[in-house]
Design a protein around this ligand. Structure first.
Ligand code: FAD
Length: 464
């Protein structure tokens, strides 16, 4: 059977479904191909959403634990893993159902199967019911990414990737997290709160490699107290699977030659799914990392084929994928739009959270841009103290001459919510005075951005 469509979207993650819905809203006939029976991609099914549902439970456990010292003792948590899994799955299913409804409402034709290009205007889709050909005028490739696997590890269910870890088969006695990036540290937080001992090993010289070290400090201090080990500048050189656990060999700084763990989570990055699409048949090349180069309208080298999300350059984040999806759909519909966002904010939903946007000090220094910096410590925030969370900080960077906001970082509870104000400031070309003169409600954590701006403007010197 052959389907004819105006816009073919491959992959129904946040990039793909956003693109499909936008194109349909703009009057296009859209076909959305997804290899899984549900919509939502990695983000909804095995990424952002299930991890945040579990992190919400981790936050409850930590808060209940902290409450004891403040006079309310809830006792030790009793964990029913079946119910924990059911809660997480309920959240995911609600959103799956919502997306299916949104697709139906817009008459987006959803086809289940794996799409591969056979020519610049055709894909073949291998689905549970057999194969079909889809002929398209325009295509948007949104096939996402998958976890990087380390070579030479035994094939053992106790060696998990992020998808396995989210399945939450059991809470191991001692979990080794290989890779201290966002995904590794978020899952470490979940498993620790549920009762596992945690060790972390990271090749780089800091956790959350590439992030401003000043922002990371409060997180590092917290997890250094909670976890058994955080080994930096170190790597795993081998794993042996035995009946009583996994024996892991290490090389690096301050790391033992070997140690035994009950489970491993390998979270060393993700690779684009571009190698599974037969892109050559469409005339599309990838770079050395497998990413598909695109212009600022998300167009590949083949002008009627677009690519978005994790398989194009830039941070692998859901909000980047959906923003790009909208652009691709609008360009196809003839609108004059382009990717012009000044920043893509990033958040580690750890405890405490770490969020950042714009340029970091290191980037400003490298670019030779003169800047001023202010750091407001949450120990001076009434709201943070009332929450028992004095460890946080809010940092702002502005251009020394124009005073425009150039970058910001926030560490502490809800940092991921708070960073959007700084993103808006950057996008609107606000200067430090704009933030300093904006009345923020008291007592809130959002005030810390105003206070940091006041420090930049020299209008507060003493912290109160
Ligand atoms: P994906 O979500 O990967 O979707 C691609 C879809 O394409 C998949 O459904 C796949 O099945 C389908 N597909 C692939 N190949 C084919 C084919 N040939 N034919 C048909 N279908 C195909 N990002 C955030 O911004 N915030 C977070 O909090 C966050 N947390 C995360 C937590 C974890 C544990 C993980 C793993 C990731 C997290 N991410 C987070 C990253 C986020 O999930 C991705 O950036 C986002 O899903 C990328 O969206 P996408 O649309 O490009 O691709």
């Amino acid at each position: 059977m052959t389907i004819e469509t105006e816009v073919l979207v491959i992959g129904a993650g946040p990039g793909g479904y956003t693109a499909a819905f936008r194109a349909a809203d703009l009057g296009k006939k859209v076909t959305l191909v997804e290899r899984f029976p549900v919509l939502g991609g990695v983000c909804l099914n095995v990424g952002c959403i299930p991890s945040k549902a579990l992190l919400h439970l981790a936050e409850l456990i930590y808060q209940a634990g902290d409450a004891a010292a403040k006079g309310i003792d809830f006792g030790a948590p009793k964990i029913d893993l079946n119910k924990v899994r059911a809660w997480k799955e309920r959240v995911v299913k609600t959103l799956n159902t919502g997306l299916a409804g949104l697709a139906k409402q817009r008459q987006v034709q959803v086809v289940q199967g794996v799409a591969k290009f056979v020519s610049p205007h055709e894909v073949e889709v291998e689905g549970p019911e057999g194969s079909e050909t889809i002929r398209f005028q325009n295509a948007i490739i949104a096939a996402g990414s998958r976890p990087v696997q380390l070579p030479g590890f035994p094939d053992d269910p106790r060696i998990m990737d992020s998808t396995d870890a989210l399945a939450l088969e059991e809470v191991p006695g001692h979990l080794l997290v290989v890779g201290a990036g966002v995904i590794g540290l978020e899952m470490a937080c979940v498993y620790h709160a549920l009762g596992a001992k945690i060790s972390v090993v990271e090749l780089a010289d800091q956790i959350l490699p590439g992030t401003d070290p000043e922002l990371i400090r409060p997180l590092l201090q917290t997890i250094t107290k909670r976890y058994e080990n955080i080994w930096l500048r170190s790597k795993v050189t081998g794993v042996e699977a035995g009946a009583d656990g996994l024996t892991v060999r290490f090389e690096g700084e301050g790391v033992p030659d070997q140690a035994r763990f009950d489970r491993l989570l390998v979270a060393v990055g993700r690779r684009p799914n571009s190698d599974r699409l037969n892109l050559a048949a469409a005339g599309i090349d990838t770079d050395e990392r497998g990413l598909i180069p695109v212009d600022e309208q998300m167009r590949t080298q083949v002008p009627h084929i677009y690519a978005i999300g994790d398989l194009v350059p830039g941070p692998m984040l859901a909000h980047k994928a959906s923003h790009e999806g909208k652009i691709a759909a609008e360009v196809i519909a003839g609108e004059k739009v382009a990717f012009q966002a000044l920043t893509i904010p990033a958040v580690a939903y750890t405890d405490p959270e770490v969020a950042w946007m714009g340029r970091s000090e290191a980037e400003l220094k490298e670019a030779g841009i003169e800047y001023d910096k202010a750091v407001f410590p949450w120990a001076a925030s009434g709201r943070a103290l009332a929450m028992g969370r004095r460890e946080g900080l809010t940092k702002l960077l502005c251009d020394r001459k124009t005073r425009r906001i150039l970058g910001a970082g926030i560490t502490g509870p809800h940092a991921g919510e708070l960073i959007s104000e700084a993103v808006l400031a950057l996008e609107m070309g606000a200067d430090a005075e704009d933030l300093a003169l904006t009345i923020h409600p008291h007592p809130t954590l959002s005030e810390t951005l105003m206070f940091a701006a006041e420090i930049l403007e020299g209008t507060i010197t003493d912290l109160y």
